[in-house]
Every structure is written in C-alpha cells, then in structure tokens.
Design a protein around this ligand. Sequence first.
Ligand code: GRF
Length: 187
Amino acid sequence: MVKKNTCIFISGKGSNLKNLILHSRESIFPIKISLVISDNKNANGILYAKKYQIPYIFINTKSKNYENIVLLILKKYKISFICLAGYMKIISNKIIKNYQNKIVNIHPSLLPKFKGLNTFSRMLKNKEKKAGCTVHYVNEKLDSGSTILQKKFFIDQKDDEKILKYKTQKLEYRAFPEAIIKIFRKS
Ligand code: GRF
C-alpha cells in the first residue's frame, strides 16, 4: 500500500499529532506524516515532530501572501492530504481550493452543534446531555464541511469543563485514526 503523504497543522499541545504519528507507524495505516506545520513557535506539538524525526515548519499567518508560501511548501513535500489537529487559525480559501476534499479537521463537539471556540463551557451552560467529537472535511465555512465520523458520550452531572475536555480527547484519539482509515477505504 502506498501511504498518502500527509501534513499535520498544529498550534498547541499536539496530543492528536502524537497519536496520529504513532498510528502512522503501523504498516496498514493509510497515511505517512511527512510534514508538520505550526503557526506557533512555542507549540508543544513540535516536540513530537522532533522526537519522531518529522520535518516541521513554522508559518507566520500575518505575513502577506503566506498562503502562497504554504502551498509551495506543501508542493515541495508532495503533500496530498492535510489534517488539522488543534490548528487555531482559519485555513484560507486559496489553500482549500488547492486541496478540495483533502483537508480534514477534528472538532471537540457534536457538529453542527457548538462550532468555534469554548465548546465545553457553552455545552454546560446549555445543559447538553451529550458531548463528543467530530472529524469533518474542511470547507470555506468554519466547522461546516461534511462529517466523516462522530463519537459521543453522555455528560455526567459532575462533569466540569476539564473533565469534558479529558473525555472528549480520549474519544478523539480513536476518532481521528478511524476517520482516516474510513476516508481511504472508500477511495
Ligand atoms: C482538540 O481537542 C481538537 O478537537 C481541537 O483542538 C484540540 C487540540 O488538542 N480542534 P491537541 O493539540 O491535539 O492536544
């Protein structure tokens, strides 16, 4: 099996990145992580890129035409698939157009509910019964592309934001790899 050359975009902790790196080391997993891009020089996730000897590049999304630079980098590394794993910036339309249906994101809610930030505090305020995560394709609208896979759990009365985040991330570590397998099983 030829693995898809994949780039992971991160901004912070990088626990999903670490999880995907570990999965990608299995021969049957459909992607090879060939590049990590971070918009944050202090992102903890870069430590995983270093540890597993994956090339990494920092980008400055404030610089003019940064999308062209990103597209050139992606081309140089022959990237054909992109995962957003805790990437906190909006992916520009130019990049999306070049990677139509080739960019996926993981979001800590049961989309279409709770798009955007601060999902857990809004869920608690809303007295939601269920929480979870969604892996979805990225399109021009925030957290709105079609869903690939969702995983859910029932919120316990005692759950606070910290616990909800913990439970959600535990599910994310299963959901993201499963979604990637599902995508490439179809193609
Ligand atoms: C994840 O919970 C993901 O749903 C959201 O950002 C978080 C990233 O966590 N988009 P990590 O950096 O992978 O640990």
